[in-house]
Ligand binder design. Sequence first.
Ligand SMILES: [Zn+2]
Length: 77
Amino acid sequence: MDCEKFAAVVYEYLDSEIAYEVKIEIHEHLSRCPGCDSAVEFERRMKVLIAKACQCGDCPEGLEERVLRALQEASEA
Ligand SMILES: [Zn+2]
């Protein structure tokens, strides 16, 4: 697995909607690719934040986008 392939499956991976064999490939890639590893950490933290911000389970329009943008700005600062 390379970074491009990883990027294509990362959301399924985070949602645990992924085949076991693919998960193994992902873990292999993460163990030797610090860039993707920190990207996963970032996405994971973001999912937690979004879940906290929206506990009704039915996100208002654009919430995820707003949270994303705020986090991007925070990481750039
Ligand atoms: Zn990578």
